[in-house]
Ligand binder design. Structure first.
Ligand SMILES: O=C(O)CCC(=O)C(=O)O
Ligand SMILES: [Fe+2]
Length: 308
């Protein structure tokens, strides 16, 4: 149901056409696949999970210092219960997260001008945390951009179609911590939602909980393959492809033991115009700036005002 694709077939050149065809089928069907052979160093993956553990283990007062509520740029610590990914449910997600965006200089004119999403990251006082997070952000973004080459080919576009669209991106890296279930009725780790961006690259720690609901079907568990990425199509790419690709609802149940995950939301540069790609038929949606689309989606998710 959720296919496993080996990116080496594409990167090494041994089976580029086969990989592109399999990716295209997954993107049009379940909207989810597992990606092996992606080339991201397992030590970097382990490093980011270890830093996540160190951060979430800090006293509350330390985490409060980097609260996401202190900035309008969706960067920092989001406490347990802040978000409601299923905004229709009335249920708050039982998870905490730490988020970074494209790392910007505090004196960058766009930061000084207060442009949306052009902010600086907040950092906890933890040795190695900043370097590890930034190294992982760069590696995961680069993987996302390489994946976009295969996506371009699948859509009969030039392979480099998306290459220039991700150098100062809206992309966000989020480490997540789900505390163990208490057994209370109706608890949810992350409410049912689809992701907002282009593609999401998710690293999981082996503790079950993530489920997807392919269109018209029942909820199914996403298997864990050590070191592999759970890749899914986001709403922005669905819109961009004029609904040829599918972004699929997913959720996280409260886990038996604590659960960690690392989500890289690959997003384009703010000024990229998301308009029906060539060859995808009569446009169903009006063109929109990537930043405006993302803002509209984030506004619906946060249950407290960010940036207050
Ligand atoms: O933690 C997970 O496995 C998934 C998280 C997720 O879907 C999200 O943050 O968008
Ligand atoms: Fe998600």
């Amino acid at each position: 149901m959720i296919p496993v694709l080996d990116f080496n077939r594409f990167s090494s050149g041994t089976d580029r056409d086969g990989f592109v065809a399999d990716l295209g089928a997954a993107a049009r069907g379940p909207g989810f696949f597992l990606l092996t052979g992606h080339g991201i160093d397992p030590a970097l993956q382990a490093g980011v999970l270890a830093q996540a553990d160190a951060f979430f283990g800090l006293p509350l007062a330390e985490k409060e210092k980097v609260s996401i509520l202190k900035t309008p740029h969706y960067r920092g610590w989001a406490h347990d219960g802040l978000e409601s990914l299923d905004e229709t449910s009335g249920q708050k997600d039982r998870k905490e997260s730490f988020n970074i965006g494209y790392d910007m200089d505090p004196v960058d004119p766009r930061v000084l001008a207060g442009e949306p999403f052009r902010g600086v990251n907040q950092w906890p006082e933890l040795p190695g945390f900043r370097d590890t997070m930034l190294a992982y952000y760069d590696a995961a973004l680069a993987l996302g951009v390489r994946l976009c080459r295969a996506i371009a080919l699948d859509l009969s576009l030039p392979e480099d179609h998306f290459d220039t669209m991700f150098h100062e991106p809206l992309a966000a890296l989020r480490v997540l911590h789900y505390p163990p279930a208490t057994g209370a009725a109706g608890e949810i780790g992350a409410g049912a939602h689809s992701d907002y961006g282009v593609v999401t690259l998710l690293l999981t720690d082996g503790e079950p909980g993530l489920q997807v609901q392919p269109r018209g079907g029942d909820w199914i568990d996403v298997p864990h393959v050590q070191g592999a990425y759970v890749v899914n199509i986001g709403d922005c790419l669905m819109r961009w492809t004029n609904d040829i690709y599918v972004s699929t609802p997913h959720r996280v149940l409260r886990p038996k033991r604590q659960r960690r995950s690392v989500a890289m939301f690959v997003e384009a540069n703010p000024d990229v115009i998301v308009a029906a790609l060539p060859g995808t038929g009569a446009p169903k949606y009006a063109p929109i700036r990537a930043a405006d689309y993302l803002q509209s989606r984030l506004d619906a998710t946060y249950t407290e005002t960010v940036g207050g």
